[in-house]
Design a protein around this ligand. Structure first.
Ligand code: URA
Length: 427
């Protein structure tokens, strides 16, 4: 077997054989296939696709490239959630302790942000003392004691994906359904969860800009999960405008705590509860009542214990950016559009995100929304507050927001886009 014949086969539109897939993933993980060869193959896959059997085999080979975790010693059923990433998507923060409060174990292996979407670990690291890096033993201990844990995936999981994802990021080959589906699902299956709910985002702030491609991605991932014995469903959810009223690390933690305290923005609460019900259903806990656990403080109690178990102080004040700039409404009427991608890019430029994975992020930076699409606004009222420690970035962030905000006359009937657009239970 050699890399050139595998690349040529996919370049010329053939399907890869099981043997070719197993060989190339293994040889790439061991460093025998060079990055430039894998880049060429990733581009050939990006352009020519893979069929269902190829994606399944590719995913299995990526799982086999690393270790598999095992939570079968836990007394509770395991349930996990994965979001394909969006702007203001802080849902994991209230969701993990909420689902734990309802009786499931939630092993949430999360990532850092790259580009315009934030990363769950960056958000949690704005809590003084909180640690993302846990050994497998520590992770199991937190899961046993608290019921939920949010931490960084260890180096050993789906090792081929670690190398391949970094390569795709710099070769314009991220947005490929076979490559995204196999990347996400290899990590989730190797993680060893019994059930999984996928939150597949659709809209300007998401990888998938239209509902048909989101549906195809969701269906592919649901099929992969169920074929590997992980009960998997997906919700397609709106990402045309930011989720909630904040995008940025500490700003999003504050909003998540508001949700756990029984308040918070309606869209964040609605999506948290919708995903919690899906997770509890998939875990076989059909009688659990997440609305009650949110209202009576048990979810908040789990949050506090989870943060403390990872060294964080749930009572410590969260960092606040040194400088603020207020962007005001330019018109009176109904706010018709507030583009998710533009807000994500602005938050990133203010310092909430990173350009390279080694870059630091500012805990306090980000964008706060004072109005959401459908709200009535008047000329001069604050629409957005930009937060940063580096005021030289304001102009650059404002440039990102150029053309992102649309108004309609005051008497316009605004039909709100529902948060949950579709549900996929079959691959
Ligand atoms: N997240 C992943 O883990 N992999 C992808 O390919 C895209 C998003």
């Amino acid at each position: 077997m050699d890399a050139i014949s595998v690349i040529r086969a996919k370049r010329d539109g053939s399907r890869l054989t099981d043997a070719q897939i197993d060989w190339i993933i293994d040889a790439y993980t061991r460093g025998e296939v060079a990055d430039e060869q894998m880049s060429a193959l990733a581009m050939a896959i990006f352009l020519n696709g893979m069929d269902r059997a190829e994606i399944a085999r590719w995913t299995a080979a990526m799982i086999a490239s690393g270790e598999r975790m095992d939570f079968s010693s836990l007394p509770r059923p395991t349930a996990d959630k994965h979001s394909t990433g969006g702007v203001g998507d802080k849902i994991t923060l209230p969701l993990a302790p909420l689902v734990a409060a309802c009786g499931a174990a939630v092993p949430q292996l999360s990532g850092r942000g790259l580009g315009h979407t934030g990363g769950t670990l960056d958000k949690l690291e704005s809590i003084p003392g909180w640690r993302a890096q846990l050994t497998n033993g520590d992770m199991l201990a937190v899961l046993r004691d608290v019921g939920s844990v949010i931490c960084a995936a260890g180096e050993g999981l789906a090792r081929a994906d670690k190398k391949l994802y970094a390569l795709r990021d710099v070769t314009g080959t991220v947005e490929s359904i076979p490559l995204i589906a196999s990347s996400i699902m290899s990590k989730k299956i190797a993680e060893g969860t019994g059930s999984l709910v996928l939150d597949v985002k659709v809209g300007s702030g998401a990888f998938m800009k239209d509902i048909d491609s989101a549906r195809e991605l969701a269906t592919t991932m649901v099929g992969l999960g169920n074929d590997h014995g992980v009960r998997t469903t997906a919700l397609l959810t709106d990402m045309s405008t930011p989720l909630g009223r904040t995008a940025g690390n500490a700003l999003e933690v504050r909003e998540s705590v508001e949700v756990l305290a029984g308040g918070g923005p309606a869209d964040v609460v609605e999506l948290t509860l919708a995903l919690a019900r899906e997770m509890l259903d998939a875990a076989g806990l059909k009688d659990a009542d997440p609305t009650k656990a949110l209202a009576d403080g048990t979810a908040m109690d789990h949050w506090r214990r989870m943060v403390a178990a990872q060294g964080g102080d749930p009572d410590a004040p969260l960092p606040v950016a040194r400088e603020q700039h207020v962007l005001r409404a330019e018109s009176t009427g109904v706010l018709a559009r507030l583009d998710a991608y533009a807000v994500g890019l602005a938050a990133w430029r203010l310092g909430a995100g990173r350009a390279r994975k080694e870059d630091p992020v500012q805990a306090g930076a980000g964008v706060e929304l004072h109005a959401k699409p459908g709200d009535h606004v008047t000329t001069g009222q604050p629409l957005l507050t930009l937060h940063t420690d580096t005021p030289s970035t304001f102009a650059y962030a404002l440039e990102a927001l150029d053309g992102a905000i649309g108004y309609a006359p005051a008497n316009t009937e605004h039909t709100a886009t529902p948060i949950v657009l579709d549900r996929i239970a079959q691959g």
